[in-house]
Design a protein around this ligand. Structure first.
Ligand code: FAD
Length: 422
């Protein structure tokens, strides 16, 4: 194919990662068969490159793909360990490999054209979108669904990162409780600016993902992540002599109130993190991606434009901006904030709130469970900052930095040997 012979499609997916994989699966599930589809990504995603944890109702098409799910989760602070029953929801773990396999099978059934090259320019004339790819091809699409990673349109009022390292630990005897996951464990030493916590996702009594996470402005060093994770392992009372690190997972996710425009032009729709699916106050993204994929597929199946609802309602984005500001400016301590949230609300309400699907009345209850004075101060600060933003030139947003990966020489052995990426 050359520039003079564009590939004509109804739908071009730019980016073939999490959001696109869930979309391909949704198109297949809704039996959308008569569309011409192209998927453009320089990388063909397969295998294990991330682990998704999320909550939701059981009984979706993802259930057969789950590695584990838990009806009960623990939230721990230095003063209390709370076990939450999530019924009717459940917390679930999905490794990326089965999701990419599911998407690849869907892609075959949908007879999509795969272009293994980057999308470079995207030109929308209002009726068609021309996409030029790095291998010199041109795709002419009715609609573009774009999930290529990108920084937000301008800098946010608060710019934090969720950054983490996890070890898949194999134990030589039963040490994990597969009936219960640790959702957030705030007994980790707290950073001077930010929030840290550990969590444990067991798939059996001998195998679990143990992770150290920070919500803060800056990344740690490689040795810093290893030290924090080794500290959390010790806090859990796990003996390093009886453990092997089987896989290492690193990641960085934006946590910011900066805007991620979801509709940059008439026929381009952004999905995934690039389209605002990452919840600013938690970094959770999966549920919004799944929800939007379903909405897009339903729309296409009904012959409507593939435009999903906003990932989160505007009022949730405002509440997140205030919460992030309160946490960043030190008005509210992270462990205290989440402790009160889970203490004063049914777990299901908190989780549905974090997914952006609560009613305004439930949100008032949620707001009432936070400390009033710091939240009022953060609300006032946020309002003043918005006014200042209108008066001064737009500041560009910093790009999300790449994750710090383990030193291949394994200078800081984690547990029973050097961590090794897979
Ligand atoms: C290690 C890790 C663990 C995570 N765990 C969770 C979790 O437990 N729960 C949760 O809710 N969220 C989690 N997230 C956040 C979020 O769910 C994931 O980042 C998710 O993969 C986002 O999907 P996406 O499609 O937006 O981006 P990606 O999955 O990153 O996909 C983007 C795709 O765009 C492609 N691309 C890049 N440049 C171009 C180009 N020029 N042209 C075409 N394609 C391009 C890339 O190759 C990639 O395949 C995690 C993130 C990471 C990194």
């Amino acid at each position: 194919m050359t520039d003079s012979a564009p590939l004509d499609v109804d739908l071009a997916l730019l980016g073939g990662g999490g959001a696109a994989s869930l979309l391909l699966a949704a198109l297949d599930r809704h039996e959308v068969r008569d569309l011409r589809i192209a998927v453009v990504d320089p990388v063909r995603r397969r295998g294990q490159d991330r682990t998704w944890a999320f909550w939701g109702h059981p009984g979706t098409d993802l259930d057969p793909l789950l590695s584990a799910s838990w009806q009960q989760v623990e939230v721990a602070t230095p003063t209390r360990r709370r076990v939450l029953d999530l019924t009717p929801l459940r917390y679930a773990m999905l490794r990326s490999g089965p999701v990419y396999d599911r998407a690849a099978a869907a892609e075959r059934r949908l007879d999509a054209t795969r272009i293994v090259a980057p999308a470079e320019t995207v030109t929308d004339d209002g009726t068609r979108v021309l996409v030029r790819t790095g291998d010199g091809r041109t795709v002419r699409a009715g609609w573009v669904l774009d999930s290529r990673p990108r920084p937000p349109a301008r800098a946010g009022r608060t710019t934090w990162l969720q950054h983490f390292r996890g070890w898949w630990l194999e134990a030589d005897r039963p040490v994990f409780d597969p009936a219960r996951a640790v959702l957030m464990d705030f007994r980790t030493p707290q950073p001077p600016r930010g929030v840290s916590f550990g969590y444990v996702l067991p798939v059996s009594d001998r195998y679990a993902l143990v992770e150290y996470t920070e919500f803060s402005p800056d990344l740690l060093t490689d040795a810093g992540y290893d030290a924090a994770l080794a500290g959390y392992r010790d806090l859990l009372g796990l003996d390093p002599a009886g453990l092997r690190v089987r896989e290492v997972e690193n990641g960085v996710i934006p946590m910011t109130d900066a805007p991620f425009p979801a509709r940059p032009s008439p026929r381009v729709v952004r999905l995934g993190t690039a389209g605002g699916a990452t919840r600013p106050s938690t970094g959770f993204t999966f549920s919004a991606m799944y929800r939007q994929a379903d909405q897009v597929a339903r729309a296409l199946a009904a012959g409507r434009p593939p435009v999903p609802q906003a990932a989160y309602p505007r009022r949730h984005r405002w509440m997140d901006a205030v919460a992030l500001r309160a946490l960043d400016r030190g008005g509210v301590g992270g462990p205290d904030f989440f402790d009160r949230l889970f203490d004063r609300n049914p777990a299901e309400r908190v989780l549905r709130f974090l997914d952006g699907v609560t009613t305004p009345a439930e949100e008032v209850a949620i707001m009432n469970s936070t400390r009033l004075l710091p939240m009022i101060a953060a609300t006032a600060g946020d309002a003043a900052h918005r006014v200042r933003d209108r008066l001064r030139p737009t500041r560009p947003a910093p790009a999300v930095p790449p994750a710090v990966v383990s030193d291949p020489l394994g200078s800081e052995p984690g547990a029973g040997g050097a961590p090794r990426p897979t």
